[in-house]
Design a protein around this ligand. Structure first.
Ligand code: NDP
Length: 249
């Protein structure tokens, strides 16, 4: 299969948390659109394995903890040396460490904020310089409906995801003059390892709140990311697109 004629042919996309779940589906969608994809996760073997089965050629797997700014700078250098300059950055890596507000430890707060929010900042800062110089770039941050409406037991996660929405808008305004566009995608409840622990009763209750009457699949999110990375979205920046089957409106 050749990338020729596809909307992201010749482009390089970097997807954090691309080894499983939503990030993996995003990596597949961007590869199907013709991009060469850098799959990033802390577990090197899983990143390499995910990259190896993507459609097309020229992909790579990379190990990096997005919370570590020095490691992220080194990652960008490695990706650019191996695949070329990054045109599309998808900040998808994220973790939860849920607890009631008064029981959230300093460590749990820092871990979630450092990965979900500072991690995205680390990647944007590292990738933006090249994008600005080349006058081309798309940055897509995976936030959550929880960042819009809050959630009991997720103060740290909700704060990180709301922070991502503010970061998205600031970056969109600051980089627009250089043709670097920045948007966010806010999934609702998507079936992945992150959400696998839910029991049957909780699952049914959730489905009752979703207008489309089903939980989301990673591909439901990936299609929107592919759209935001491509030419059809060239007049969209600073937006948060909710992908939740009509749960929050
Ligand atoms: P998963 O837990 O299935 O996958 C998380 C991915 O992120 C893995 O590839 C993991 O690999 C990677 N990752 C985690 N921490 C780090 C880190 N510090 N540095 C680099 N990579 C990391 O998550 P989902 O696919 O469910 O979620 C993906 C994103 O979507 C997250 O940001 C999540 O908050 C968001 N989201 C998910 C929803 C859902 O219902 N599933 C709903 C709304 C938003 P490794 O462990 O090897 O590092």
């Amino acid at each position: 299969m050749t990338a020729e004629g596809k909307e992201l042919a010749g482009q390089v996309a970097l997807v954090t948390g691309g080894s499983r779940g939503i990030g993996r589906a995003v990596a597949e969608a961007l590869a199907a659109a013709g991009a060469r994809v850098a799959v990033v996760a802390r577990d090197r073997e899983r990143a390499l394995a995910a990259a190896a089965v993507l459609p097309g050629t020229g992909h790579g797997g990379f190990a990096c903890d997005v919370a570590d700014a020095a490691a992220v700078d080194a990652l960008l250098q490695a990706v650019e040396a191996e695949l070329g300059p990054v045109d599309v950055l998808v900040n998808n890596a994220g973790v939860t460490q849920d607890n009631l507000l008064v029981r959230i430890s300093d460590e749990a707060w820092d871990r979630v904020l450092d990965t979900n929010l500072k991690g995205a900042f680390n990647l944007i800062r590292a990738a933006a310089k090249g994008m600005m110089r080349r006058r081309q770039g798309r940055i897509i941050n995976i936030t959550s409906v929880v960042g819009l409406v809050g959630n009991k037991g997720q103060a740290n996660y909700a704060a990180s995801k709301a922070g991502l929405i503010g970061l998205t808008k600031a970056v969109a305004k600051e980089l627009a003059s250089r043709n670097v566009l920045c948007n966010a995608v806010a999934p609702g409840y998507i079936e992945t390892e992150m959400t696998a622990a839910l029991g049957d009763a909780a699952r049914e209750a959730l489905i009752g709140q979703i207008a489309l009457g089903r939980l989301g699949q990673p591909q439901d999110v990936a299609g929107v990311v592919r759209f935001l990375a491509g030419p059809a979205a060239s007049y969209i920046t600073g937006q948060t697109i909710v992908v939740d089957g009509g749960m929050v409106m």
